[in-house]
Ligand binder design. Structure first.
Ligand code: AMP
Length: 397
């Protein structure tokens, strides 16, 4: 993997610096409900401003369909960003044209402006050269700090890097360095945990991982499809019957590659999918017709522990059970704590990512103890699938 230029190489003083950030934060009733993404971009913004650069922030928000709409405006995010930065953040209600250039021209070194949602223009997602050129007029150099949008070849995430000197921001740098240590050049043995609802949404991921890791630990609803593929009766558990052959093919590929698959041997079995539903711990060989496997059981947790103890590196995406519903968060919590304490002891490098995984690890109270937690959903998954990310490739030196 070739290296990319970072802020260490960028001379930002008095320059207009176009900084692509991810401000696509969740909102509830018009308020930002989780500011994690805002906090992640603060170091890059402060560093450029403190070095005397004029910070011009580009970001998308939501999925606007037909041009500008109030619901997808970044205006209220600018105010929250300003609170978190403890510095003023100007806002321009368009990201190109005279509205944007007037706002940029008004900047003094160290000032910050956020331009309106790039996706209000169709050229953004089409990576249209005319739109890219309009954006490029607003800056002298380009810094991409939005790893989580790097799986998209859009104008502000990829196109700009070809028109101007391009650098990785600090969050992008940290993210790429962490994930490279975990899968591109890892200390072996490597264990991967893949959980979550369905095999169908993580097929490419599973197929790539069996070729790369030493242990593939499968949990969540998707484990049921693998159990069914092995001829087990999984009752009314979530199971994709049309993917049994696919699951068998993945098991075969793992055998050929020397990858050990770890599947649950026991589970928390319940008749209803709801919090505090009556449940029993039972063997996955004896699931009744009206029961569902909603979490892994103690024997399976011990199997995962054995794999993690012999691994040096862990990558994790997806929970072991229906972790939003107590007590079906027990398996995920137990494994999360185990991985955290192995990391603390210096025995494991642990990288986790994806929306539900981040919530599950937060819920288990161990996020701070992992080596790295990626807030990037799609980009993290595509990286785990072995795909190259256009936004990262474009800033390589
Ligand atoms: P994903 O978005 O694919 O990572 O899936 C996460 C979702 O999978 C969560 O909402 C969990 O509730 C769900 N899930 C995990 N294990 C199970 C299970 N055994 N049965 C049903 N849903 C599950």
């Amino acid at each position: 993997m070739s290296a990319f230029r970072t802020l260490d190489q960028a001379d930002v003083k008095d320059k207009r610096v176009l900084v692509r950030v991810d401000l696509n934060v969740p909102m509830e009733n018009g308020r930002v409900s989780d500011a994690t993404r805002i906090d992640r971009v603060l170091p890059t913004i402060c560093e450029i401003a403190d070095k005397g650069g004029k910070v011009v922030l580009l970001a998308h928000f939501g999925r606007p369909k037909d041009g500008p709409d109030a619901e997808n405006s970044l205006k209220s995010v600018a105010a929250v960003l300003s609170q978190h930065l403890k510095r003023p953040v100007a806002f321009a209600p368009d990201c190109i044209g005279s509205v944007a250039s007037d706002a940029v021209d008004a900047l003094k070194p160290g000032d910050i402006v956020l331009l309106e949602n790039t996706r209000f223009h169709k050229g953004e997602e089409k990576n249209d050269p005319t739109f890219v050129a309009e954006l490029a007029k607003l800056g002298d150099i380009y810094v991409n700090d939005a790893f989580s949008a790097a799986h998209r070849a859009h104008a502000s995430t990829e196109g700009l890097a070809h028109l101007m000197p391009a650098y990785a921001g600090r969050t992008m740098q940290a993210e790429v360095e962490a994930i490279s240590k975990a899968l591109e050049n890892p200390q072996r043995p490597v264990a991967a945990i893949v959980g979550g609802a369905k095999v169908s949404s993580k097929l490419d991921l599973l197929e790539n991982l069996v070729k790369k890791v030493d242990f593939l630990i499968i949990g969540g609803g998707m484990a049921n499809t693998f159990l069914a593929a092995q001829g087990k009766h999984v009752g009314k558990s979530l199971c994709e019957k049309d993917l049994l052959d696919t699951a068998r093919r993945i098991l075969e590929a793992a055998k050929t590659a020397g990858c050990e698959i770890v599947l649950p041997g026991d589970g928390a079995l319940a008749k209803e999918f709801k919090a505090h539903a009556p449940m029993r711990i039972g063997d996955v060989d004896h699931v009744a017709d009206d029961e569902m496997i909603l979490d892994i059981g103690p024997r399976s947790i011990a199997d995962v522990e054995r794999a993690l103890k012999s691994a040096r590196t862990l990558v994790w995406n997806g929970p072991f059970g229906a972790f939003e519903l107590q007590p079906f968060d027990a398996g995920t919590n137990a494994v999360a704590k185990m991985a955290a304490s192995l990391t603390d002891a210096g025995k494991l490098l642990s990288v986790a990512g994806g929306g539900d995984t981040v919530s599950a690890l937060n819920q288990a109270g161990v996020s701070d103890q992992f080596t790295y937690i990626s807030t990037a959903g799609g980009a993290f998954l595509e990286w785990m699938e072995g795909k190259s990310l256009p936004g990262v490739e474009a800033i390589r030196a």
